[in-house]
Design a protein around this ligand. Sequence first.
Ligand code: DGL
Length: 273
Amino acid sequence: MQKKQKKKITNNNPIGIFDSGFGGLTVMSEIHKVLPYENLIYFGDTAHVPYGSKSQNVVAKFSKEIASFLIRQKVKLIVIACNTATAFTLPILQKKFKIPIVGVIKPGAKIAILTSKNKKIGVIGTEGTINSNSYIKEIKKLAQIKVYQQACPLFVPIVEEGLINCDFANAIVQKYIRPLLNKKIDTLVLGCTHYPLLKKIIKRNIKKNITIIDSAQAISQEVKNILIQKNLLANNNESNLKFYVSDNPIKFKKIGCRFLGKKIINIKKIDLE
Ligand code: DGL
């Protein structure tokens, strides 16, 4: 019997992007801005969100299943568009799968290092990301810099409920950010995919000399560089965006457009094994 030939990955194969739910759409939006001709497939694990308060084993199990699904869709590269999943699973997925896999932490850490003048960086994220110390580890690999961290577990529900303009959102931002301001940081890393939606309110509560680093923007450039390096940039003159979720596509459509900055069409619910 003739052996089934594996289809080669070509330039116009899609980029796979995944997150625990909606948050990674901020990453997808930035990738789409920087690489407008790339076909993109997004997977939001809405059946299991949030990842930020779960243990590493559980997040690793979901992440492996999602990466396998994306590989079956013939993606040419995978972006882990979730800080918690990056912190818990990047090396595990890189070891298990052959295609390039990138996460949001290293690119954000690199830009923070280049930005900080006084060598004091603040990082905010979910409990999982902060407890993993992943940002500290990445930053310390490259520079002698003091890193101060703060978990902000209430930020994700505030963003998802669309409460970013309420007085209590302002009070919670102040509570979480104050300890970092006391450390005189000059750079603040938004180490969670939901936090770009709180940028305005965070800016209002920090001094003007503090630069905010958005890991969604940092990763887009990294993805572009890898595709150039591997000669895998798309040669389309338009792009196709597809969305998959593990639960409730209607809610995803409704809330997701706030994160993506445009309407979500072409969405399917699927069950992973
Ligand atoms: N996407 C997650 C992150 O960036 C935040 C939401 C969650 O906890 O699942 O860490």
